[in-house]
Ligand binder design. Structure first.
Ligand code: HEC
Ligand code: HEC
Length: 366
């Protein structure tokens, strides 16, 4: 039996040592290392990474493999990235970009525990010391910030922050999740081994504050909408216009069909299967009517059953073609020859004014 006095003394000593450690860390401006994963968690997280993320972020987390998916190993991201800077985009995605949400709650394939473990796994792999950044707002002159932004940043990030070949800095979900200091840290230090240079030697501290304030001024208070998950289509509904004629597409590079031709075929009630190859959460929020969720990471042996071989299959994604190309290559290898990919991707389709159907989102009515 432990003596209660010794027990409380040990407890007090523990608290004191802990506070001292925290105080020291605070002084040094660093955070304790992230939670350590067990061997099993590491195995699952690493497999989940390869299955779900490598397509765009690269097998080595180097980024920029498809679309402009950022590096998931740069020093500055992980030293400034509180877990949420990784966890949230992974869970909820970045609205209107190729980054969809992977959390089951929004229709994605991972549980909350899995998204946390993958977050910690990414921190572990990056292996950098985490900095304690202030959460206070960064103040600056928005008008001046816009001028400096247009001159130095818009060529990659877009005149409106929409992202040209770099992340969309004006993106509402990114701005809702990233603090001012996180943004400023990226501008100052760049992202190692990516096209994003460190601007701390090129621009004054004031200019960097001004740009940060300008970017913040674009935020509109986005929050994740609650998706009411739709039931997934069953095999008897896979083929659209079962009794219609087959379409006769002329494919570019033996692979691609244009939005114009696909729309015309749909209007003419042609017989087809449409595969939405994105992460299933984004099928839940918006998809081309009649398409079935057929994510790039699906186990083909399970998903392909129910799709006849003689029907015209068209796959689409938003990146704008990577996930669909990947799926069609695998289907062709299995003898599905009447196959094609939508050239413009689903965002291109929408930008051209063609319709998508929206999933049911709480509080939003059409
Ligand atoms: C040559 C193209 C280029 C220019 C110019 C450029 N950036 Fe970037 N920027 C990138 C790329 C690419 C990334 C993503 C890097 C990565 O992590 O892989 C990035 C990342 C960032 C990020 C981090 C975003 C996030 O969510 O993690 C911020 C913030 C940023 N840039 C701000 C700026 C600002 C402000 C300027 C102008 C002062 C600027 N950039 C100029 C290409 C550029
Ligand atoms: C279809 C391509 C694609 C896939 C697959 C994908 N991502 Fe992304 N991801 C992107 C793009 C594009 C962005 C940048 C969006 C923007 O802000 O413009 C991004 C951004 C991110 C960011 C924010 C990084 C930063 O610098 O702020 C994180 C974190 C992230 N992805 C994690 C993941 C994880 C984890 C997975 C797998 C579970 C994954 N992504 C799968 C395309 C993808």
């Amino acid at each position: 039996m432990a003596n209660p006095i010794i027990k409380s003394l040990t407890f007090i000593t523990l608290i004191l040592t802990h506070s001292l450690a925290v105080a020291q860390q605070h002084e040094a401006g660093t955070l304790p290392p992230p939670r350590k994963l067990t061997q099993e968690q590491t195995k699952v997280a690493s497999a989940n990474y390869q299955k779900y993320c490598a397509l765009c972020h690269g097998a080595d987390r180097q980024g920029h493999v498809n679309d402009h998916a950022p590096s998931l190993r740069s020093k500055s991201l992980f030293e400034s990235g509180v877990p949420h800077a990784i966890l949230r985009p992974m869970s909820y995605g970045r609205v209107d970009t190729a980054m969809g949400g992977y959390l089951d709650e929004v229709g994605g394939p991972m549980t909350l525990d899995e998204t946390w473990d993958l977050t910690y796994w990414l921190f572990e792999q990056a292996g950098v010391e985490r900095l304690r950044l202030s959460t206070n707002p960064v103040h600056g002159d928005i008008t001046k910030g816009e001028q400096v932004y247009q001159k130095n940043c818009s060529s990659c990030h877009g005149v409106k922050g929409e992202g040209v070949n770099a992340p969309a800095l004006g993106n509402q979900s990114a701005l809702a999740h990233n603090t001012d200091e996180f943004i400023r840290h990226a501008i100052q230090n760049g992202r190692q081994n990516t096209p994003m240079l460190a601007f701390k030697d090129k621009l004054s501290g004031d200019d960097i504050n001004n740009i940060t304030a300008f970017l913040r001024s674009k935020a509109s208070g986005w929050k994740a909408e609650k998706t009411i998950l739709r039931a997934l289509p069953t095999p008897e509904n896979y083929v659209i216009n079962k009794n219609g004629d087959d379409p006769n597409f002329t494919l570019q590079d033996n692979m691609y069909v244009s939005s114009k031709d696909l729309y015309a075929a749909l209007q003419a009630n042609k017989r087809m299967v449409l595969l939405d190859t994105r992460v299933t959460s984004v099928w839940q929020t918006a998809h081309i009517e009649g398409s079935i969720p057929f994510p790039y990471y699906a186990d083909l042996d399970e998903t392909v059953a129910g799709i006849p071989k003689d029907v015209q299959i068209i796959a689409y994604c938003s990146c704008p073609r990577a996930a669909a190309d990947h799926t069609i290559d695998k289907l062709r290898a299995r003898g599905y020859t009447r196959t094609a990919v939508l050239w413009e991707g689903v965002f291109g389709w929408m930008n051209l004014g063609y319709p998508v159907t929206r999933g049911d989102i709480e509080g939003v009515s059409d």
